[in-house]
Write a new protein. Structure first.
Length: 184
């Protein structure tokens, strides 16, 4: 008995060459069939059989490679430990991202990590290692929550942190100094 393959909205968008919002619209209108998974985040699973009529005649080599990698990752996800697989997936995502990331922004992120005593390296995926180091230091008390949250917001890691720890980051809103003086 063969098991039907399912794709996420993002994977479907890559295959069809559309924006993810278009796929969500099709799902909402019933033009595309899919199933919502239950859990912390509601995700759609779209069966491969519902995509066949929408696929163009031939897939590009890049799209075929992406689909093969997705299939291999799903097999690994079922068999491997979660943390190691997350590291692998984040590193692969770093490699697939365009190389156009601003070099100055990257240096600012590294400097913020170095000043907090976190691991930084000149390798792909250094942000993942630094984030795991930050999480460990925050749990052990090596870095205060306020300083850790500041690093998370400065480096745009809030979403990753919330996903990995299932803990929301609540940063206090800045209070204008003038209003503070009026209150006192």
């Amino acid at each position: 008995m063969s098991m039907e393959q399912f794709f996420t909205v993002e994977e479907t968008a890559v295959m069809l060459g559309k924006e993810p919002r278009q796929i969500y619209q099709w799902l909402a209108l019933g033009e595309l069939t899919g199933y919502q998974r239950k859990g912390r985040k509601s995700r759609w699973e779209i069966p491969a059989s519902s995509l066949k009529p929408l696929l163009p005649g031939k897939l590009r080599e890049r799209d075929r490679l992406i689909l093969d990698l997705i299939g291999e990752l799903r097999v690994m996800e079922e068999a491997a430990e979660g943390r190691l697989l997350q590291e692998l997936m984040v590193r692969m995502a770093d490699r697939l991202q365009p190389e156009s990331e601003d070099e100055e922004r990257s240096l600012q992120k590294k400097q913020a990590c170095r000043s907090a005593g976190l691991i930084t390296a000149d390798t792909p995926g250094w942000e993942v290692l630094a984030l795991f180091d930050l999480i460990d230091k925050m749990k052990s008390g090596g870095i205060t929550k306020e300083a850790g949250y500041q690093i998370l917001t400065d480096n745009d890691w809030v979403v990753w942190y919330e996903h990995m720890t299932n803990e929301l980051v609540c940063t206090p809103a800045p209070f204008p100094q003038e209003e503070l003086e009026e209150v006192l």
